[in-house]
Each structure stands twice: as C-alpha cells, then as structure tokens.
Design a protein around this ligand. Sequence first.
Ligand code: SF4
Length: 239
Amino acid sequence: MRKVFRLDVKDIVPTGEEVLQYQGMAGRKNLPEKISRLLYTAIDLFGQLADPRGLFEDLDIPDFEALYAGKGLNAADGPVPGIVPRAEAVALFAATMGEALAAKAGNLFKEKEAALGFMLDAVNSAGAERLGRLMCHKFLERLPEESTRERNVRVQYYCPGHCGWHISGQEKLFERLRPEEIGITLRPNWVMEPFKSISGILVAGDIEIHRFSPGFSFCPHCREKKCIQRLRILEQEPG
Ligand code: SF4
C-alpha cells in the first residue's frame, strides 16, 4: 500500500519548549524578552509557511536487508538491523515541510537576520521531529486491527544518516520510494531538498523491540541521543 498525504500544519507546529531544546536552552525559565520575541516570531513564520506533505509505502520485511545494505558503507553495528526482523510491519516513508519554509530560513541569513534565522532553524528541527511522529501515527492508523489489538504495538522511525545507517542509504530508499512525488529530491551528497525533510523506515511492533541500549561503536560521538528522547515519547503514547 502506498499513501500520500497533505498534512495539517497545526499538527506539527512545535511548542516553545520543544524549540528551546534545539537551542540548548531546555527547561530555561525567565527567557530574555529578545529571545522570547524571536522564538514566537519564528513559530509564527513556521505556522504561515509550512506546507507539510508525507508518503509511506509498505515494505516486505525480508526486503529490508538488501535495502539497508545500500552502498556497503554502514557501521558494522547498529540498532536497525536487529529491530526490523522483529517487527509486525514496516514501511518506507518521506515527509517534508515544503520549499517556502526552507527558502525563508536561508533568506533570513542573507538578509542579515541571523538571530531569527537560527531560531527558525531550531523551530524547523523541532517541527521535523513532530513530522516524524505524525508519520508514525499515520502508519499505525492504517495497520489492520488484528495486528494491533492484543499487542502493545507502537511505531518508531529510523533514518539513514543516523545510528550506523550511512546517509548513502538514501539512494536505495529514493529508488524504491520515489518521494519526488511530494517534492523531495536528493542531492549527489545524499542530502534531501527541501532542507529538513525526513525519510527512512517506519517500524511497527511491540514496544519492546524499540528498546535498546545506546552502546554501539558510534554512540560516544552522538551528542543528541535522540534514541532516548524518542523512546520516552513512545512510552507516553497510548498503545
Ligand atoms: S546514542 Fe545516538 S547514535 Fe547511539 S543509538 Fe542513540 S541516537 Fe543513535
């Protein structure tokens, strides 16, 4: 099954607190007025300019191994090859917040409004995180009821460029998924346009398959530790 969606902006507008995490100011109280003004101006811009779209397409679980192998550049270890074979269902996905938003962020830097540009960049990162969760929900909604009824099934997403899956993995993913249909293209260096688009695999399964300890060879170099934050969010969602 292939599904293409036009998504509702209000579902991906991040809160001020979510954005501050990307600015290294999580939990900060009494923000200076200047920062607060930049924050809410950037969130308003996001609400006006984002045009989110997404798609997913089912993948047979045995087909993932060859897709993941890509150009042979993955780390020797990583969580994804161990998670996918234990899943109930998987789908390739891509989603974007649209060209206007990416262009605005770039223009702010050219117009010497760097402070607002950095803030909008942080809003876009937090919005992309919400977009990933939204795609997980869309996939979960479409799973047959018999596969979710008696199990604690949740959907998590994993992306090339993270956690041992080399970014060159985008090549095979794009060949198979063809996200050009929603306006996402791939540069020769495997970076997506529009900037801050997301792509990867949606993995539906018992929540236990998504639990792993971040002790892989590349984890000491990872600053964000998103696996921990994403698992917390998954645990709080209704099963
Ligand atoms: S610590 Fe970072 S690199 Fe390691 S699994 Fe978590 S998110 Fe991935």
